[in-house]
Design a protein around this ligand. Sequence first.
Ligand code: AMP
Length: 569
Amino acid sequence: MKNFKDLGLNVDILRGLAELNYEEAMPIQEKAIPFILENKQDLIGLAQTGTGKTAAFSLPIIEKIIPNRDLQALILCPTRELCLQISKEISAFSKYKTGMKIATIYGGARIDTQMRELSSGVNIVVGTPGRVGDMIRRKKMNLNKIDFLVLDEADEMLDLGFKEELDNILVETPKEKQTLLFSATMSSVVRKIANKYMNKPEEISVGKTNVGADNVSHQYYLVKPRNKFEALRRIVDSEPDVYGILFCRTRNETQEIANKLKESNYSSEALHGDISQNMRTQIMERFRQRKIQLLVATDVAARGIDVNDLTHVINYNLPDASESYVHRSGRTGRANKDGLSISIITPYEERKIRTLEKRLGKKFELKKIPTGKEICNKQILNLMERVKNVEVNEKEIESFVTTAEEALGDLSKKEIISKFLAVEFNHFLNQYKEANDLEILSGGSKIPKERMSDDNLIDVKINVGKSDKFDVKTLFRLINTSKELKGAEIGKIKIEDSYTIFGLEKNRVKDVDKAFRKVSFAGKFIKTETENIKSEGGGNRRANEGRPSSRRSGDRRARNKYKGGKRKK
Ligand code: AMP
C-alpha cells in the first residue's frame, strides 16, 4: 500500500491526515486519488461501504478547490447521517487548508440556518437530493460553476426514490464538470444514470463488488417463530461485548423488539421512520458513545449510519432482497476490522440462506443456540477478563479494601469468589435455571428427524394433497398464518395424492379445528382429522364434525366464492 505523499497530495492535507492517523492509502484511495488529481474524465468507483470511499473522492477535491471563490463541488448522498459524516471528514482533512468553507444541507433541520450558510459563500456543499433540490428551487444555490459533482452511494439514493430529484439537480450543473459516482453495486439503474449523466467514465472497482466484505463472517440460527426473541436474548447474552445493529422488517417490529429488550434491561433503542429527527440525533450520539449496545433499526433508518467499530449485525429476520443483506452486513467489518453478521431464522427462511451463500460466495455457518449453562460460562469468563484487566487506583481504593477485608474476614477465598459471582450472576442463573433447549432444527431439513416419532406429537390429517398441488411450504404457511397454530411444533409430514398427514404437538391439537375452519385450498375447505388416522382415510372424523353444514364441503355456493385463502366472515 502506498502512503498519501506518493499519491500527489500537498503538505496541508498530509498534515490533516497525519492527525487522523491515516498512514497508508486504502485500495480505492490508491486508485481514485491520482486519477482525479490528474484527469478531468468522469469516474465510476465501485466499492463497498467502509472501504475508504469518502477520502478517495474528497482528498483530491480538497486539493483542487480554490478557497474563497464560488461553489466548486457538490457531493450528494442518500441520508442526513452520511452527509454529516462526510462533511465532518472533509473538515478534518482540510483543517490546514485555510479559507475553504463547507455547508451541509439536509432535510429535517432548519432551512433558514442552512440558507444563511449558503449565502455566506461556500466552496463545497454536502447534501441530500431532497434538500439540495429545494435550495435550487428557492434559488439559494447556484450550481453553474461547479467543477465536481459526487454521487455517493448512488445505488442507495436510487433505492430511496431520489431518481427524479437527482434528474432535476443534474440538469442544473455545467457540462464541463467532472462527475464522480460511487456505488457498492453496479445495478441497472445506476448504469442508466451513468449512461445519461456521465461522459465516457473510467471505471475502477475494489475487491469484489456486489458481495460482502471479506472480513465479515456469517452465521445463522434456526428457531421456531415463537422462540425468536428468546433466541435473540441468548445470543446477545452469550456475546457480552456486543455492539451492533439489530435489523427488523417493520417500524412496529423494530419498536416492539427494542421495547422488549429494554424491559429485559438490555441497552437498546429503536431507530425507524416514526422517530423524530431530534430523537434520532440523540439516539445516534448515544450509540456512537456506546451508551447504547444494540440499535434496533429498519433497513431504511440504518442507511448512512457510519459507525465503524460495530462488532455485530444481527438480522431478526432476513430481508427479501439479497442486496439489502449485503448492505446490512456491510455495516460491520469496516476499516479492516473483523465483523460478524448473525441471522435468526425460521425453517421457512432457510432456503434464503442458500441463495445468499451463492450471492456472496461464502458459507454461512449454522450455529447452535447457546444453552443456559454456556451463556453463564461465557459471562463469567468475560467478567474474569474484565477483573484481570481493570485498572486499580491503589491509593484511592486502599482504605476501602481494608473495610472490605474486615467485613469479609471470616470467609475463605472460595467463599468470597462464590459470593461475588452470586451478586453479579444470580439474575443470569435464575433466568437460565430452567431454560429449555431451544435447538429444534438442524440445517438442511425442515423437519428434524429426531422428532418424527415423538410422543409429544399427534398426527393430523387434512384433505388436500399432491393432486391439489399442496406442498410443505403451503402447510407451513397455513400453520404460521393461523392465529391458533402459529409457531406450533410440527413433526413428520407425509403428503399423498389426496391427503396430507403431519405431526403436531399434542397441546395444540385442540386448536386445529379452529385454525383450519375457514380455510380453503384448491377450491375445497380443509377438513381435519386427528384420531385413529390410517393412511388412505378410514379415520374417525372428529374435528370438523361440529361445523354447521354451510361451512362444510357441501356448501357449493360458498365453495365457489372462495377459492384459496381465508374465507371472509
Ligand atoms: P468510508 O468508506 O469512507 O466510510 O471509510 C471507512 C472508515 O475507514 C472511516 O472511518 C474512515 O475514517 C476510515 N479510513 C478511510 N481511509 C483510511 C485510511 N487510509 N487509513 C485509516 N483509516 C481510514
